[in-house]
Design a protein around this ligand. Structure first.
Ligand code: PMP
Length: 382
């Protein structure tokens, strides 16, 4: 057991990322600017090699100090260093954006909030209109949470074989759910939503996350800025899975503006039939309107088996239980880390962990492969 050097120390979560000052872009600059005005702060902090931060009792943890809205907690997620996994790759840092810290439990809170805010700004949300979109999971939950907070009626087209916990949550939030053909996956849900919007345009406002620029702009204005600030401009690579492609496109565009040498790596399932919920195999799917093939410098293809094996490793070695698409992002990042270490190059790889594994536990996330997954993979054709 490591003994903290600071007498009477408490181990607390580092809430830097949730500092309201940071949210407004004011809390950065010097590494410890949040401790400004507190004398001798550096002598009171010991950072052991596993990154755990010990803070003396006199210090106040940084949390929102005033009552706030649930929606104000979207974004400003922590960037977690994978200390154990990186050890095998000298000179490489692996930093994962822990998007399950968002109040709806996933990265899609950012896109959904941005899409709804853009519709509000355009005056499109009028009395009598229902918000409408297609989603196979996390966006649906994010929309449902936000619509509940704001009191907006909401209809979601969701494949019938969507995660049972997601479907349960949608009902709990009070959204109207239209279940679509499971064999058509997320593409079937998109076709249904489009059809509804075209046939009853006066009733629905089709938010269309796949073509809506407010999707990628959410990441341009938040995710990228946070990664840049949290790495103090040291990030060299950005790795993200492709679903609607909003995370990869928006974050990469902004990071490349900060530093054009930052490399953007997209991650796709290796096969059309896969178990990587939230990700699309673009060659066999409807390509999202917001996707721009000029943005990623490289695409890495990851199999369901590779991603699931990585998930297990992450739970055992880093204590993080995360979703399958995060396993794919990490598997790709490890390929990259191996490559960089082999050529003796330094790298700071930022990657996205879109959601937690808790949502998938009832689906046998940690069961042995291939049997448990392959059955679902075959069924979940998308
Ligand atoms: N992983 C999960 C679990 C998701 O729900 C999504 C959203 N479809 C993604 C990755 C991909 O994010 P994006 O839509 O921004 O490409």
């Amino acid at each position: 057991m490591r003994t903290p050097k600071v007498a009477r120390s408490l181990k607390v979560r580092d809430n830097t990322a949730r500092n309201p000052e940071v949210a407004q872009g004011r809390g950065f600059g010097t590494r410890d600017s949040r401790w400004k005005g507190q004398p001798n702060h550096q002598s009171q902090i010991t950072i052991p090699t596993d990154g755990t931060r010990w803070v003396s009792e006199e210090r106040q943890p940084v949390l929102p100090q005033e009552p706030t809205s649930l929606l104000n907690l979207i974004g400003n997620t922590p960037l977690l260093e994978l200390f154990r996994i990186r050890k095998a790759y000298p000179g490489v840092k692996l930093l994962a954006k822990a998007e399950w810290f968002n109040p709806g439990g996933s990265v899609k809170d950012r896109a959904a909030a941005s899409i709804i805010a853009a519709a509000e700004a355009k005056g499109q949300i009028r009395k009598g209109i229902r918000l409408l979109d297609a989603s196979s999971g996390n966006t649906a939950v994010a929309y449902a949470m936000i619509a509940a907070v704001k009191g907006y009626p909401l209809t979601l087209c969701v494949p019938k074989n969507a995660n049972a916990q997601v479907l349960g949550l949608l009902r709990r939030y009070g959204a109207e759910v239209i279940l679509t053909d499971p064999l058509q996956g997320s593409d079937g849900a998109i076709r249904k939503a489009k059809g509804l919007a075209e046939s009853v345009p006066e009733k629905f406002l089709y938010l269309d996350q796949y073509s809506n620029p407010a999707n990628w702009q959410a990441h341009y204005h938040s995710t990228a800025v946070e990664i840049w600030q949290q790495t103090q401009g040291q990030v060299t690579h950005f790795v993200s899975g492709l679903g609607t492609t909003g995370t990869l496109i928006g974050t990469s565009r902004r990071l490349k503006e900060f530093n054009p040498r930052i490399r953007s790596i997209a991650v796709q399932p290796a096969t059309p039939l896969h178990g990587l919920e939230g990700l699309k195999h673009l060659a066999s799917a409807i390509v999202p309107g917001i996707y721009d093939p000029a943005v990623p410098d490289e695409t890495l293809f990851v199999s369901t088996e590779q991603a699931y094996a990585t998930l297990k490793r992450l739970a055992f070695e880093e204590g993080m239980v995360i979703g399958p698409s995060a396993g794919a992002a990490l598997a790709a990042s490890v390929i990259l880390a191996e490559r960089m270490a082999a050529s003796k190059q330094k790298a700071v790889i930022a990657l996205i962990f879109p959601d937690s594994g808790n949502r998938y536990l009832t689906e046998g996330l940690f069961d042995e492969l291939p049997s448990s997954v392959s059955a679902r993979v075959a069924y979940r054709a998308h």
